[in-house]
Design a protein around this ligand. Structure first.
Ligand SMILES: NC(=O)c1ccc[n+]([C@@H]2O[C@H](COP(=O)([O-])OP(=O)(O)OC[C@H]3O[C@@H](n4cnc5c(N)ncnc54)[C@H](OP(=O)(O)O)[C@@H]3O)[C@@H](O)[C@H]2O)c1
Length: 214
């Protein structure tokens, strides 16, 4: 979409696509052509501010599911042949997409949570069908983007730089390891853990998580 990707373009191939538009996929495939070690699909929306499954219209629910889950996963499937043999597919998830961690009452995030948990499930399915690939769902931490600050109305936990540096480190560590996991990369300071920045916690499909919590 319209993000400023000038700096990124110096180290990576940058292509723009609206993930909700299936008819843009073929043009993207032609544009990017070659094989990549890592393809990371980042697009996502917060959805309506109420984020309530009770208040949501059919259109609001459809839009967030299309943008955060169906669109990226449909695109991912069409880009699998653009990955190297043991390539890594990463999708931008959220710790809000963890069923296990959904224990705090009163957090009005129904639509967003539903879209990210569905994204995680379909990402895992890609790994089941293509076990030679590494498939990662990554949580960027609560980062100070437009979404993370609700357009400047709340304070996030980490800067964009800290988030991106951490995700790059998670990708470097896990790319090509032929694993499918829900990686919760978060800027946490866990007791007994000396790594200061990004701590990847692994959530197994069984729901078990690293006991270390931020
Ligand atoms: N910030 C956080 O704390 C946080 C926490 C957990 C997960 N995430 C996830 O991180 C990802 C990036 O979010 P952000 O914090 O950077 O939010 P943001 O500031 O609102 O940016 C969202 C990005 O997604 C793009 N996008 C939206 N709809 C799209 C579509 N239909 N097709 C293609 N691109 C689309 C936007 O492009 P345009 O600018 O062109 O619209 C923008 O680049 C999202 O998946 C979000 O769910 C963020």
């Amino acid at each position: 979409m319209g993000a400023d990707t000038t700096a990124l373009a110096k180290v990576a191939h940058v292509a723009h696509v609206d993930v909700t538009q299936a008819d843009q996929i073929e043009a993207l495939r032609k544009e990017i052509g070659s094989a990549f070690d890592v393809i990371f699909l980042v697009a996502g929306i917060y959805g309506p501010l109420h984020n309530s499954v009770i208040e949501a219209t059919d259109e609001e629910f459809s839009q967030i599911m299309l943008t955060n889950c169906f669109g990226p996963i449909r695109l991912a499937h069409r880009l699998l042949d653009r990955l190297t043999a043991k390539g890594t597919l990463a999708v931008m998830s959220s710790h809000r997409g963890s069923i296990t961690l959904n224990t705090d009452p009163g957090l009005k995030l129904d639509l967003y949570r539903a879209s990210k948990v569905a994204l995680n499930m379909l990402a895992r399915t890609i790994h089941a069908d293509h076990p030679e690939l590494t498939v990662l769902s990554i949580h960027p931490g609560w980062a100070a983007t437009a979404m993370g600050t609700l357009d400047g109305t709340v304070e996030a936990e980490i800067s964009v730089e800290e988030s991106v540096t951490g995700m790059a480190s998670v990708l470097a560590t896990h790319a090509g390891t032929v694993r499918a996991s829900i990686l919760i990369g978060r800027a946490s300071r866990c007791p007994g853990n000396s790594r200061k920045n990004f701590l990847p916690l692994t959530l197994a499909y069984t729901g078990s998580i690293c006991p270390c919590k931020a």
